[in-house]
Design a protein around this ligand. Structure first.
Ligand SMILES: [Fe+2]
Length: 312
């Protein structure tokens, strides 16, 4: 029950702010899987269930190299891109220079664009872009393509989804749309990459950052990989699974309020909330308490037996 309350508190922060930092998470390999599964089953992608963000000699993805990564969403080539991403910092040696993680609320920026330049917004909501990952030199060859506008609207014109990955987008559309698209795209790109409200953090071993991949863009500064090690481990959760779990918690532990669609919230710039409640640690504490009680009981029994024997 106590662990569920901690989990519920964390999920409420995530739903409201889009991003949340947990400190002092145990450093064991696969901890991120155990924590993710407290919410819902892990969303499998072409990178597996749990993925290691670590500099590799021959990376299959820029994320697995030490280069900088511009603000982006993950897995935009999927029809249903992951909703929640968890990144657990297992190791970040002091010798590593750079490697700070960056985050920005793209829904807020999209709403700003709509107010400032509705013509640009409408162009980006109309002209499709192609997001693709093509990689045959792997055990499980991949050729995945998804074409849709950067901004997805519902029947009432409300912003529903954003698909933004500047390193993956290609345009393959009518000639008359190309100039208008690039003008609008350049404007929005500058908004995103000159955004003052970018949150930057050098993660520490034991940090776990969770964020809404469909609302909060993330990036990374380049880092030196000659000395020291930077090792993050990540996993995804499907957005509907997260919303379902949160609704169950609202109904069983909270006030029963309905869950708001998580991607349309843009009331405030994403703010990282440091949550002190450590869900995993709660389990550890319970185990430790049980062990201590058992040891005390055994010691008391032994002492009583010895005293009785001596008195005889
Ligand atoms: Fe990423």
């Amino acid at each position: 029950m106590g662990a569920d309350l901690g989990l519920y508190e964390w999920m409420c922060h995530l739903a409201e702010r889009g991003i949340c930092l947990i400190k002092n998470v145990p450093l064991e390999d696969q901890t991120v899987a155990r924590i993710t599964e407290r919410i819902a089953p892990i969303q499998h992608t072409i990178y597996g269930e749990v993925f290691d963000v670590i500099s590799q000699p021959q990376p299959i993805n820029a994320a697995y190299s030490p280069v900088s990564l511009a603000l982006h969403m993950d897995q935009v080539m999927y029809e249903n891109a992951p909703g929640l991403q968890l990144l657990h910092c297992i190791r970040f040696d002091p010798d590593v220079v750079g490697g700070e993680n960056t985050f920005a609320d793209v829904f807020e920026l999209a709403h700003e664009l709509r107010e400032e330049r509705p013509d640009y917004f409408n162009t980006l909501a109309r002209v499709p872009v192609t997001m693709s990952t093509v990689h045959y030199s792997r055990d499980y060859p991949v050729h995945m393509t998804c074409e849709r506008p950067i901004f997805g609207l519902d029947g009432r014109g409300e912003l529903m989804t954003i698909n933004y990955h500047p390193m993956m987008a290609e345009i393959n559309t009518l000639e008359e749309d190309i100039e208008a698209f690039f003008e609008a795209y350049k404007y929005f790109y500058r908004m995103v990459h000159s955004c003052e409200s970018v949150y930057s953090i050098r993660m520490e071993s034991g940090d776990l950052i969770s964020f809404n991949n469909r609302r909060v863009l993330h990036g990374r500064a380049a880092f030196s990989s000659q000395k020291g090690m930077r090792w993050l481990q990540g996993a995804y959760v499907e957005l509907s699974e997260f919303q379902s779990r949160l609704q169950v918690f609202h109904n069983t532990l909270g006030d029963g309020r309905p869950v708001t669609r998580l991607v349309v919230i843009a009331a405030a710039t994403a703010v990282v909330v440091v949550v002190v409640v450590i869900i995993v640690v709660v389990e550890v504490v319970v185990v430790v308490v049980v062990v201590v009680v058992v040891v005390v009981v055994v010691v008391v029994i032994v002492v009583v037996v010895v005293v009785v024997a001596v008195e005889k």
